[in-house]
Design a binder for this molecule. Sequence first.
Ligand code: ADP
Ligand code: ZN
Ligand code: ZN
Length: 740
Amino acid sequence: MKYAKVIIDISHEKVDRPFCYRIPPSLEKEIKPGTCVEVPFGRGNNLRRAYVIEESDKPDFEEERIKEIQGLADGFFVETRLIRLAVWIKQQYGSTMIQALQTVLPVKKEVKIRQSRTITSLLPEEELKALLEECEKKHQRAKERLIRELMVQGQLPYSLTQGQLKISSQTLKSMEKAGVISIRQEIDYRNPLWGRAGREEKKPLSEAQQRIADEIYADYVEKKYKTYLIHGITGSGKTEVYLELIERVVKGGRAVIVLIPEIALTFQTMLRFQKRFGDRVSILNSTLSAGEKYDQCERAKKGEIDIIIGPRSALFTPFNDIGLIVIDEEHEASYKSENSPRYHAREVAQELARLHGASLVLGSATPSMESYYKAKQGEYKLFTLKERLAGGILPRVYIEDLREELRKGNRSMFSDRLRELIQDRLEKKEQIMLFLNRRGYSGFISCRSCGYVLKCPHCEVSLSRHANGMLTCHYCGYVTAETRICPSCGSPYLLGFKAGTEKIEELFKKEFGNVSVLRMDKDTTRKKDSYEAILSQFMEEKAQVLIGTQMIVKGHDFPKVTLVGILAADLSLGVNDYRAAERTFQLLTQAAGRAGRGSLPGEVVIQSYQPTHYSIRQAASQNYEGFYEEELLYRSMGGYPPTAHLLQIQILDREEEKGLLLGQRIKTFLTEQIQEKRLSCIGPANASIGRINDIYRFSLLLKHKHREVLIAVRDRIEDWLSTEETESIVQFDFNPMQAF
Ligand code: ADP
Ligand code: ZN
Ligand code: ZN
């Protein structure tokens, strides 16, 4: 006998309650995860629609009480593919089936904001009359009703056509396509401009752009659905290529998903898509409520939109038929989920594209090592765009050695060259961006007498001082009042270090007088729209200087910026992470690319303590290929991606000894495999943050050339763990992006 776990009614609340049913022998072949079936449910045994999520050989509870699946449900169900995707995610990343389902299925929220849409007639009265007669002849009743109504009113609320007039959304869609009506979204998603964007003429593509679009589309037409990587500096016209491809795919009636990192989803970007595709495009971002997000999913399911733009979760928009997936800035770390299932959007997109028969287009100015490696191996098709299209020449770049500055007696944050250039721009009234590439660096307090650093009592991280005078822990939220004396030696000399960018603002003003400065970092962008607000203030030249973290290197173009200063380029090299050089190279390349975007030529100063490090050298000369070669050598020697795969086993326990012990036992359990399969195994060791919220953290790192080997090993560990008594939590992370 075979059994199936099913979920009844896919609404999120019930996803976590699978029910077990018997599979009748006649259906054994047809039933797979994702299959939509009909099952008797509840006391009355009413037939309900349900989705199979798992098959098994043994029942969940007493055989006698298990009911049987009645049959297959008729029709096509979007959910089928999403559930298959969830199964794949579970296998790849090692989460529970429920976690995987909750990731891929749209969250249904009771509170829904109704959108008011209006339908407007686009034809003059005579033409409407002619059309009406034609519809009468052809017995197109629905169209007839609509035209009659339009002749009276000119404009109708969408809800009326669905309710009273009973006109299907397909009919409306076809009339919209024929140019008879327009369907406008009245809801304002984030800005009053929305919906009034107007149409924009398409730019004729350059020869290089045209060639890329044509080649990808030619494969598409032949149903050769592949993965493509477009490597092109910012401003080289990648987005224009996406737009062209999207237009062709949408014309053919298939849907498109465009992933853009949340931080680059600026109003400018959204407007650009809106201008090209009107309200057939929808945007998912963090300013939308859960209800609004759910509505977007519903609209996609009904075919009311063809294009969705959003961060990684936009992949799970329930379109019936996807023809193209685009991932812009594909190297961004935010494409990897930090919670279980720890999936990478690029990998999931590839599986989704396979399920639908869709092309996958990746784009970046600084492709990830993984993608470029695959492109070089011939797994992806590689295209390169070399020139900036909107004008502007590449900036001149200087590398300044901070050790040399110190030797000269310059102890400030600014090298002589940077100071000179800042002075020059201030006089010329041109704009300056100063960039500090340090993540998670916030102010901390230490004792000047004994060096003691104030730490969170629950986590192994230092506390940081906030403007309200409280000390807080960013990991667990612990808050305490500021102390005046050192808890270790009693000295009154406690010193607060300001957060990196705040400190720089202070030093800048000390050195250059009272210039108007904007600052952008975690502290100044806590509020929802503050990120965009700071950028637009800078755009409007309300300030001459913008100081910030990596946030400022993305998004907007600032034509008046002619100087970019990178204050300490190697700060991001210091972290204990095999991706440090790659991140540094990406950040520096992007930061340097901010200068000289308008008609004025730009200059870039990179200050560094390791000016000869290849990531800095190659970023200064904007040499991606050179960087890639050097980095690949280092990765392959160390057995790191892209030449090998990593599986991090993360162990969490309230008791330090127990967590460590489990790590050691897992390693012992793996002894044979380590030898047999030539796995390399590092640890168990303390995680990079050894304790958070009083929970101790350990890591065991496995390396192997083939991902499948690591997946098989993970399955064995999971089986073994299910028979062991342990209270530790064990999590898996493939090719981790974030330090654990
Ligand atoms: P990327 O996505 O690589 O940063 P974009 O597609 O945004 O590049 O193009 C950069 C700028 O160049 C934009 O302002 C865009 O309007 C302009 N542009 C792109 N393609 C063309 C073209 N074929 N002709 C004229 N301008 C173009
Ligand atoms: Zn002290
Ligand atoms: Zn804490």
